[in-house]
Ligand binder design. Structure first.
Ligand code: SF4
Length: 440
């Protein structure tokens, strides 16, 4: 059986560690000379208003610059760094521009002549990925001869892990992203993710695990300094090894199971040769799910506060990033509104397939999808819809207040500030260096 090489390297030094990962994995051996190369980092969140935890959330600029240098050493002149960042307002062009500037990408432009691209400013192309999956990808992908894929090594509350294949979702247009989070009983999020790599050009994947995260994809989870790089010219093998390093057998990751079937390859590591560090020497379990009460009706932190009279179920795979990003704001607003008096049997539903629990007195339907799915449901006594897509924060505040939850408008007016609160967890911890997200 042909074995695909995956290199595991401990991050020790700028440039040299990435160079070692590239060399050991032979990841750039098949890079065509004069290729146009697309670099795809993972910039899952950004805000202009406050510093926020980036460690294990977004790709380090350290790794991005090191890859640019290694490509330049191979004589590559045409390099584009492109990302389709999710922002609260999908039409927001200033936040991605601020991210590119802050992360030093414009310096890379001046220093090495790379181009920087916000994929939402470029056209998309309809691509048939097989098995009935058709999605719109950025044309940047198909105008490139080679892809350097730079995801973060992280777990993910919906997909268990978010690694090389899932990073490609950032090259989709917004309707396609929403379509990935569908309620189809078989062709669900995992089925869609598994097919994202089906039409990509030759690719090198480097999982950036200098910092890793539990309960990703964003800053709400637990972030760690891990100093791991995982590299391969085979994206599926990189992901299988990445999952193992995060403590999951690939067979426990639904999108990897789908991908194995689709590629007609084993889901285990029998077709992979790991070089460099051994998996066991770097692996450590990373939780992927946020803790909930046993019946799944309330996040543990709200239970700890003693909250009663509220059901806010764990979100499922049908909620898209726009609605799920809302959850943190809602939960923080609810926690601070709790005064010890039980609320009047309020239920909050999200995503596309939740159904109301009979007997609840007030039902808040977050997002257009939830409203459409339940607007005629006879189990709802008092319906409180937040209809938008993405939902309007002012409407969400009004909905909570209508349900008797006296949330403070501050959380909804300054949603980005919520990201800043999470910085406190990392104060006084020198291993969390901001310098990894700058270009010197
Ligand atoms: S309402 Fe929410 S879940 Fe539905 S498509 Fe819009 S963002 Fe996605």
């Amino acid at each position: 059986m042909e074995k695909r090489i995956v290199a595991i390297v401990r991050y020790e030094k700028p440039l040299e560690s990435v160079r070692k990962a590239v060399d050991l994995s032979h990841g750039l051996d098949h890079l065509p000379s004069r290729a146009k190369v697309l670099i795809k980092p993972n910039l899952v969140f950004w805000t202009r208003t406050t510093p926020f935890p980036k460690w294990g959330v977004i790709t380090t600029s350290r790794v991005v610059e090191d890859m640019v240098v290694l490509l330049k050493e191979r004589g590559i002149d045409e390099i584009v760094i492109a990302e389709g960042m999710t922002t609260y307002d999908p039409a927001d062009r200033e936040t991605p521009a601020h991210a590119f500037e802050s992360l030093g990408y414009n310096l890379l432009k001046r220093r090495y002549g790379v181009k920087i691209g916000n994929v939402f400013e470029r056209p998309f192309k309809r691509i048939d990925l097989g098995s009935g999956v058709v999605l719109n990808f950025s044309t940047e992908l198909f105008e490139s001869d080679f892809l350097v894929n730079l995801p973060v090594l992280k777990t993910h509350a919906q997909a268990v892990v978010s690694l090389g294949i899932k990073n490609l979702k950032g090259l989709l247009d917004i309707p396609s992203r929403k379509r990935c989070h569908n309620p189809h009983p078989e062709k669900d999020l995992n089925y869609m993710i598994a097919r994202l790599a089906n039409r990509i050009p030759p690719c090198f994947t480097l999982l950036d695990g200098i910092f890793t995260s539990e309960r990703g994809p964003s800053f709400e989870g637990r972030l760690r300094r891990s100093n791991i790089l995982i590299a391969s010219s085979d994206i599926f093998s990189a992901d299988k090894v990445g999952a193992k390093v995060l403590g999951y057998d690939p067979s426990e990751v639904p999108y990897l199971v789908h991908a194995a079937q689709d590629f007609n390859r084993p889901v285990d590591l029998s077709d992979v040769s790991v070089v460099g560090e051994r998996i066991e020497s770097v692996a450590s379990f990373h939780e992927h799910a946020f803790p909930y009460t046993e019946d799944g009706s309330l996040p543990k932190p709200l239970e700890k506060l003693g909250v009663r009279g509220l059901s806010y179920r764990r979100y499922d795979h049908t909620i898209c990033t726009y609605c799920s990003g809302f959850t943190t704001v809602m939960l923080m607003a609810i926690a601070s509104a709790w005064k010890g008096e039980p609320w009047d049997e309020v239920e909050i539903l999200t995503g596309k397939m939740m159904r109301p629990t009979p007997g609840k007195k007030k039902t808040i339907l977050v997002g257009r999808c939830m409203y459409q799915a339940n607007k005629e449901n006879p189990d709802i006594q008092e319906m409180i819809p937040v209809k938008g897509c993405p939902p309007d924060p002012r409407e969400a505040l009004k909905a909570l207040q209508q349900a008797g939850i006296e949330a403070s408008p501050a959380f909804f007016e300054n949603r980005d500030m919520v990201a800043g609160f999470f910085m406190k967890r990392y104060e006084g911890r020198p291993e969390f260096e901001e310098s990894f997200f700058k270009i010197a």
